[in-house]
Ligand binder design. Structure first.
Ligand code: NAD
Length: 256
């Protein structure tokens, strides 16, 4: 028995990184996964491997969301879960951030999450789940990522309101708040086909050894296991909550 047998789950930004690992784990747990992304080639390849459905979905586009839900229902008959995972990061001091850049981050991280909840929630079966991807920068500040941190704080607000509004239908809405995770977002070397993946990850572990109590960067598979918990019946009495997964980074300040 898989933890998601018979459930249909849409995962955005699923072509690579955390979304890819969520799609893989959910499929292994019996879900019929809808792999959604703007990276069509990678997304289609993954979907083929998993026996899943790929849909082109730019999370900032209302029309794409409507098409994605229609495609999911045409293929599988119903939708039980959504993981709003797609996101982008831009580095800049707030005073140097052009409005266009700020709005680009808002469009994907915040509007994308809002449109996902607004479009998919009415189509979810009662008892369904939504997992929004925030960040540890959704619960604390971090210099040089102002636009990103603002959107991730907003994702937590959306999560709490959606949890309250959807509870009468037993739809649970929670958020994951990853710390530094070894994907292209924190480790752009992963996008270089000639880079040695293990070597770049080792270098990052070394960087995070002193920053993070558990002494290493997180792995996308670890976030996927948290998303699975929040999508499965194992979390049946939990809604409206942020879950930090950061190797203890936000636990406190250490002087040793
Ligand atoms: P990633 O860059 O590997 O993956 C992001 C995915 O989102 C990609 O597949 C990308 O194509 C997709 N995407 C981007 N814009 C999109 C759009 N408009 N519509 C649809 N898909 C789009 O990085 P990741 O670490 O896997 O990121 C997943 C989520 O985790 C993001 O929301 C990110 O903000 C969050 N997060 C990441 C870290 C980290 O350190 N990696 C930390 C905290 C939170």
């Amino acid at each position: 028995m898989g933890k998601l047998d018979g459930r249909v789950v849409i995962v955005t930004g699923a072509a690579r990184g955390q979304g890819e690992q969520e799609a893989r784990l959910f499929a292994a747990e019996g879900a019929r996964v809808v792999v959604a992304d703007v990276l069509d080639e990678q997304g289609e390849t993954l979907a083929k491997e998993l026996g899943a459905l790929y849909v082109h979905l730019d999370v900032g586009e209302e029309g794409d969301w409507r098409s994605a839900v229609t495609a999911a229902k045409d293929a599988y008959g119903h939708v039980d879960g959504l993981v709003n995972n797609a996101g982008i990061l831009r580095f800049n001091a707030l005073v140097d951030t052009p409005l266009d850049e700020f709005m680009q981050v808002v469009r994907v991280n915040q509007v994308g999450c809002f449109l996902g909840v607004r479009t998919v929630a009415p189509e979810l079966e009662d008892g369904g789940t939504i997992v929004n991807t925030a960040s540890y920068t959704g619960v604390t500040g971090m210099a040089a990522v102002g636009a990103y941190a603002a959107t991730k704080h907003a994702v937590l607000g959306l999560t709490r309101v959606a949890a309250l509004e959807l509870a009468p239908r037993r739809i649970r809405v929670n958020a994951v708040c990853p710390g530094a995770i070894d994907t292209a977002m924190s480790n752009p070397a992963l996008l270089d086909p000639s880079a040695d993946r293990e070597e770049t990850s080792r270098a990052l572990d070394e960087l995070y050894r002193k920053l993070v109590p558990l002494g290493r960067i997180g792995r996308p598979e670890e976030v996927a296991r948290l998303a699975l918990f929040l999508t499965s019946g194992d979390s049946s009495y939990i809604t409206g909550q942020p879950f930090v997964i950061d190797g203890g980074w936000l636990a406190g300040v250490s002087i040793v």
